[in-house]
Design a protein around this ligand. Structure first.
Ligand code: C2E
Ligand code: CA
Ligand code: CA
Length: 745
């Protein structure tokens, strides 16, 4: 041990001093050589064969380097090894050399050699070596140094080294876990120091990638290098600590996100010597942040933009349109019958349908336009940079076509459609509120006109819609307070007996300010504002009560026919409503007939219609197909659905007696009804000749002004009694006449 210490004392200091001096000087002159070679390379313009004859200029260039603290001699040697020029004092026989290539147009045309004297340093080393050898020998032989203490000190140092090694391993581990590595850079040097972990993080190999300052800066992408240089300039100027996120190209070509933290390094005199800091992989954090942002601005179901992002975007579009004069448009979409899909097939199918629609929209519009889901089955599309109204209409028409039709979802067939309201930017609004309202008005109109179509906003839509909205509100109140609504009854007459056999219940509304409003006006409003179900239930209950009262009073033929809107089948549980009304009022089901129009059949998926109608039949009520001939129903429906009665629409009766063709048509319809085993009833008969014709053609029943208008219940009964009395009187007359005749005979 003692010998080892003595040898250490003798050898380590001169060796360490020698190596350090060598490295320091070598680093310095290599740096000077690189720099000078680069400078010469840069300023040589002449032909590559002639460059060396520009000695004066070369000397000037080389002499420019004066900043060095070391004494140097610079030589320029051409590619064949011939000395071209020397500048500076000869450094002596013991010298250190560094050389760097002079390159012009990628070609090495010579070398710049920097030499520095090493004689002085060698002498110093020799003296130091002699001195430490003496010291070592003295320590060993003379035991002049307290060896025990020294041994203990050495052990302590070793311990400390162990601790340090452990700590450094821990630090490495921590860096690894934290995906963080440290770096440092001394001003004037070529290379940046990278901790192992940085190589790891960035997937570079220390033997193939040299982290020079330039090479490192090249790794920062998307303007990252410029931003980082700005930040580091600030760090150097003000001594602050800064951290920025920059995209970095990894060794495998991928881009990751890294936080680069920079701090200033100063020496003991406060001189700024370099910068150092850390690089941390924040790709995961960045991805998480991006996902959060996606959550905040996107609809999780369809992945489309949500309402928040839509509002931001619409503001952008307005700003751009104002700046560039570009035209744009807002398309508001609403799926027809979406609620129905949700209610009958379940939310999973409803969701799948929304995803499908989102997909279709994205495919139809490509990346050119912005699509958002505003909620429920409402979508919005922002068209930007369109040429005009025609283009918007073409796109809207395309969307209507793409979305309407049968879609198969998870083996279930679903029929949907869409209605679109269009508002143009800037014509139909210069604020998002205006634009949205106007597109919404256009959408309302599109739906009202029969769905599955688009409508561009027009001025005036506003007032019409406002009025409807106001009426809907009044109707709601009327219904809630049971004010102004009543039911009138129009008798239905059996043509074979000439007696009333039933009454059609028809709603009447006496508006507190506007007086009587026709059901032709307010029923469609009730339908589009979802009031119809409550209204329908009210009429059903009211007329069933009336019929039961007639029954109890012993009034003849208390059967009633009640109109049912298609919406009641789709948006309410009609079967349970009818059943509870029958229970509550005690009306026998065979006294109730429900009138349904053909529109119900075209619009909806058959399965639901079939099952509701079947359940209604099971309750014991009868069903009439209203307005027959005006809709689109095929004979197929007629034969498959359980209708008891065919109500022939007024247009077939009107003026039929005057037209041979009309008579034939009527004859065909009546024959058809009879052939299917249905009762036929003609509505809207206004003239006596029409009755005669209907009788001749074999129609079973008639309802029309020719007999009676819809009237309050008392009047309806009075009419029926009067008719009965007439019939009775006629019968008596009939019976009396033969007797009179016999008597006379
Ligand atoms: P609708 O079901 O076809 O009812 C027959 C309509 O024709 C009634 O009009 C009736 O007054 C009218 N009418 C009857 N005979 C004649 C005639 O000889 N000549 C002419 N020109 N018209 C005749 P109203 O009461 O104005 O009802 C219009 C429509 O409103 C009804 O047509 C029906 O679709 C709807 N509606 C009326 N009440 C209700 C109701 O309680 N519920 C539902 N859902 N719809 C109703
Ligand atoms: Ca009717
Ligand atoms: Ca009708």
């Amino acid at each position: 041990m003692a010998l080892a210490i003595a040898l250490t004392i003798a050898a380590v200091p001169p060796l360490a001093y020698g190596v350090a001096s060598y490295q320091l000087l070598n680093g310095k002159i290599q740096f000077i050589a690189d720099m000078q070679a680069a400078r010469v390379s840069k300023y040589i313009y002449a032909h590559e064969a002639l460059w060396q004859y520009q000695k004066l200029r070369l000397t000037e260039l080389v002499e420019l380097h004066t900043a060095s603290s070391v004494e140097i001699e610079q030589r320029i040697i051409d590619s064949k090894g011939k000395l071209v020029l020397t500048v500076g004092p000869f450094p002596g026989a013991l010298q250190l050399q560094a050389s760097a290539p002079i390159r012009v147009a990628e070609k090495t045309i010579g070398n710049l050699v920097v030499a520095s004297p090493f004689t002085q340093k060698s002498l110093e080393l020799l003296l130091l070596g002699i001195f430490t050898s003496f010291l070592g020998a003295f320590a060993y032989f003379g035991r002049a140094i307290p060896m025990r203490k020294l041994e203990r000190a050495v052990r302590q140092i070793e311990n400390a080294r162990d601790v340090l090694a452990r700590r450094s391993a821990q630090l490495n581990e921590a860096q690894h876990l934290g995906k963080i590595g440290d770096w440092s850079y001394n001003f004037g040097e070529l290379d940046v120091y990278w901790a192992d972990e940085i190589y790891n993080l960035l997937s570079y190999q220390p033997d193939t990638f040299r982290p020079t300052r330039d090479a490192v800066m090249n790794l920062y992408k998307e303007g990252g290098a410029t931003r980082l240089l700005d930040v580091q300039a600030e760090v150097i100027r003000y001594g602050v600590v800064r951290s920025i996120d920059v995209p970095v190209q990894r060794g495998d070509g991928t881009i990751g996100h890294f936080a680069v933290t920079t701090k200033l390094r100063t020496d003991s005199d406060g001189r700024k010597t370099g910068i150092y800091g850390t690089i941390q992989d924040v790709t995961d954090r960045k991805t998480a942040a991006e996902q959060l942002e996606k959550l905040a601005f996107h609809d999780p179901l369809t992945g489309l933009a949500n309402r928040t992002l839509f509002h931001r975007r619409i503001d952008d579009v307005f700003a751009r349109s104002k700046r560039t004069g570009e035209l744009g448009a807002l398309l508001l979409l609403d799926l027809d019958r979406f609620k129905d899909v949700n209610d009958t097939l379940g939310h999973a199918v409803g969701d799948a349908l929304l995803v499908k629609v989102a997909h279709l929209l994205a495919r139809t519009l490509g990346n050119a336009h912005f699509v958002a889901r505003l909620g429920g089955d409402e979508f919005a599309i922002l068209l930007e940079g369109v040429t005009g109204m025609e283009e918007c209409e073409r796109i809207a028409a395309e969307i209507v076509t793409v979305i309407s039709g049968m879609t198969v979802l998870d083996r279930v067939e679903v029929t949907v459609g869409t209605s679109i309201g269009i508002a143009l930017i800037p014509d139909h609004g210069t604020t998002s509120t205006d634009l949205l309202r106007n597109a919404d008005l256009a959408l309302y109109r599109a739906k009202e006109e029969g769905r599955g179509r688009f409508k561009v906003f027009e001025s005036g839509m506003d007032e019409a819609v406002q009025e409807k909205v106001a009426l809907a509100l009044d109707l709601r109140n009327a219904l809630a307070n049971d004010e102004g609504l009543s039911v009138h009854y129009q008798p239905q007459i059996d043509l074979s007996t000439g007696r009333v056999i039933s009454y059609e219940a028809l709603i009447r509304w006496n508006h507190s300010e506007r007086g009587n409003i026709s059901p032709g006006v307010f029923i469609p409003i009730a339908e589009s504002s979802h009031l119809i179900c409550d209204l329908g239930y009210w009429i059903l209950r009211q007329s069933a009560r009336q019929a039961k009262q007639w029954l109890d009073e012993g009034v003849p033929a208390p059967a009633i026919a009640v109109n049912v809107s298609a919406a009641q089948i789709w948006n309410s549980d009609l079967v349970s409503d009818v059943s509870s009304v029958l229970d509550e009022t005690g009306l026998p089901p065979e006294l109730l007939c429900l009138e349904l129009t053909e529109s119900l059949l075209v619009d909806q998926n058959e399965t639901r219609v079939r099952s509701v109608l079947k359940s209604l039949k099971q309750l014991g009520v009868s069903l009439a197909l209203d307005d027959f001939g005006t809709g689109y129903s095929s004979l197929g429906y007629l034969t498959q659905l359980p209708f008891d009665k065919l109500k022939i629409d007024r247009i077939f009766i009107d003026r039929a007696p005057e037209s041979e063709r009309a008579i034939e048509l009527l004859r065909g319809i009546i024959a058809l009804g009879r052939g299917l085993g249905m009762t036929t009833i003609a509505e809207g008969a206004e003239q006596q000749q029409e009755i005669a014709l209907l009788q001749e053609l074999g129609c079973d029943q008639v309802q029309g002004f020719v007999y009676a208008r819809p009237v309050p219940p008392n009047e309806a009964i009075a009419f029926a009694l009067r008719l009965d009395a007439n019939v009775l009187a006629a019968k008596i007359k009939d019976q009396q006449s033969p007797r009179a005749a016999t008597a006379q005979a």
